[in-house]
Design a protein around this ligand. Structure first.
Ligand code: UN1
Length: 495
């Protein structure tokens, strides 16, 4: 399967130059075939973070002063460029991250849609006018940028998530230091190239390829960064947030999930089984919105298990560049081993593998984890409570809908959840009781449209939401203007 495409040697983007590595590089290998070197990227350059922040600060006055719709033009152009380049970017995304080519292509198109959405938002109102108790005063609010924003993103959506942070940051007049996941620097570079090629002024968007550890040490130290938007693991997010809050930085976190689909006794079984499969096994389960638990009300538990066991056996691991492949690898061999250890521990605690994907020799070469359906799992066991971030679905049973909702809510996370039912009363009960930021009725737990808020409750987020109009709340601050001492223009004719 090895590919003849030569590796790309990646650079930082700081100000208006692409900066070569000074302190060695990290090798990015294709998770489906680790013999293939996809890219090399800088990893430990001491200067990259401070110089990128300085460059973003320098660019801030000019960028924030531009008329917002003029900023939108850059985003519209970048969207066009991503679409023009969609097939080659998607190919690199798959070679780097491992998701199937269909999913990768969809993700690049999604990034273009997000850019367009936020480009359009630059023509929205930026404030409001209020009356005052005093007749000679009128009060106005104006949204202003917050300043330099640090954007730290995960590898599992290596273009969509950076775009849904960078696009609103830029649209609302901020400048950016972007630190992508160390595992997916090539896709990050494609996004930055599209924005640079769209004509973005120097320093408005800076890209640093550094380890999380170096970034963690350097980003906040006396730097003048105003905001941090982070999506990734809970421990890293909490650590960065602690540093940020100690320095007065505005923070937004999107962390893990342990999302469940509840299947009521009156559900459309086929619809539910198909949605659970997509939610659990697309992107090899590596989404914070993935379905990792299916909670069936007793009467439907056995038919649901049979439907899922049948469907999972039809998943076949393969080269994710082949359009027919329906199960790609996980991100790397360490992730494969970590997932295998979690499954082994669950089995020691009594879980049973009820069904799995079909074995294939490619599993010997690449970082493939089998798609698994586990049953006989105790709702209190780690595999039923902690995020796996891999293709593992846990089946749980409940006596009735109320108990199912209790199990649904009884985890630390609260990102997304779904109920399958034909009853409006059941759906209404679930929608109100679910302690999650995103609720689906008769749909899969993953997926997010760009024009509505995205985010979780409890340990999944830091109260704020991303995308849609919610993005404005994070990437702007409000100035309240009292226009005092206005002239009394005297009586005038209202007729
Ligand atoms: C989706 O479900 O399409 O990291 C997006 C993640 C989430 C994004 C999910 N923040 O998986």
């Amino acid at each position: 399967m090895s590919d003849v495409t030569p590796p790309t040697h990646l650079r930082h983007r700081i100000g208006d130059v692409w900066v070569a590595p000074r302190a060695g590089v990290v090798e990015i290998r294709n998770p489906a075939d680790p013999n293939e070197l996809v890219a090399t990227a800088p990893y430990d350059d001491a200067d990259a973070v401070p110089t990128a922040i300085a460059s973003a600060r320098e660019a801030l006055p000019g960028w924030s002063r531009l008329g917002a719709p003029s900023r939108g033009e850059f985003l519209f152009r970048a969207a066009e460029l991503l679409l023009d380049r969609a097939s080659s970017i998607a190919r690199d995304l798959t070679r780097e991250e491992g998701k199937t080519i269909g999913e990768a292509t969809g993700e690049v198109r999604r990034a273009a849609a997000i850019l367009r959405y936020f480009a359009g938002r630059t023509a929205d109102r930026i404030g409001e006018v209020y009356p005052s108790a005093a007749p000679e005063t009128r009060i106005q609010t104006v949204r202003e940028p917050i300043g330099v924003v640090a954007i730290v993103t995960p590898w599992n959506f290596p273009i969509a998530i950076p775009t849904w942070k960078i696009a609103p940051a830029l649209a609302y007049g901020n400048t950016v230091v972007f630190k992508p996941a160390s595992a997916t620097p090539l896709t990050a570079q494609h996004l930055v190239e599209a924005l640079v090629d769209a004509g973005l002024p120097a320093g408005v968007l800076n890209l640093v390829h550094v380890s999380g550890e170096r970034f963690g040490r350097q980003w906040v130290a006396g730097s003048g960064v105003a905001g941090l938007s982070f999506t990734g693991s809970a421990p890293t997010g909490r650590r960065l947030a602690d540093q940020a809050l100690g320095s007065g930085v505005k923070v937004q976190l999107e962390l893990g999930g342990k999302n469940a689909v509840v299947v009521a006794a009156d559900a459309d079984l086929e619809l539910a089984a198909d949605a659970i499969m997509r939610g659990a096994f697309a992107s090899a389960g590596q989404k914070c919105t993935a379905t990792s638990r299916a909670i069936a009300v007793r009467d439907i538990a056995i038919p649901l298990r049979e439907a899922l066991v049948d469907r999972v056996s039809r998943l076949l691991p393969g080269n994710p560049l082949e359009p027919s492949t329906n199960l790609g690898p996980v991100i790397d061999l360490a992730a494969r081993d970590r997932i295998a250890a979690l499954v082994a521990a669950a089995r020691t605690d009594g879980a049973r593998i009820a069904g799995r994907s079909t074995a294939h020799e490619i599993e010997q070469i690449g970082a493939f984890a089998p798609a698994l359906v586990l049953d006989r799992v105790d709702p209190g066991a780690s595999i039923a409570r902690d995020e796996v971030f891999g293709p593992v679905l846990v089946l749980l049973e409940a006596d009735d809908l109320d108990q199912a909702i209790r199990i649904h809510n009884d985890v630390a996370y609260g990102l997304s959840g779904s109920l399958f039912t034909r009853s409006l009363a059941n759906a209404d009960r679930f929608v109100r009781a679910a302690r999650v930021g995103i609720v689906h009725v008769n749909g899969e737990t993953a997926g997010a449209e760009p024009h509505v808020p995205f985010g979780g409750m409890k340990a999944s987020s830091s109260w704020s939401r991303e995308q849609g109009h919610a993005a404005k709340d994070f990437y702007t601050q409000t100035k309240t203007v009292y226009w005092d001492g206005l002239a009394d223009i005297g009586p005038f004719d209202l007729g």
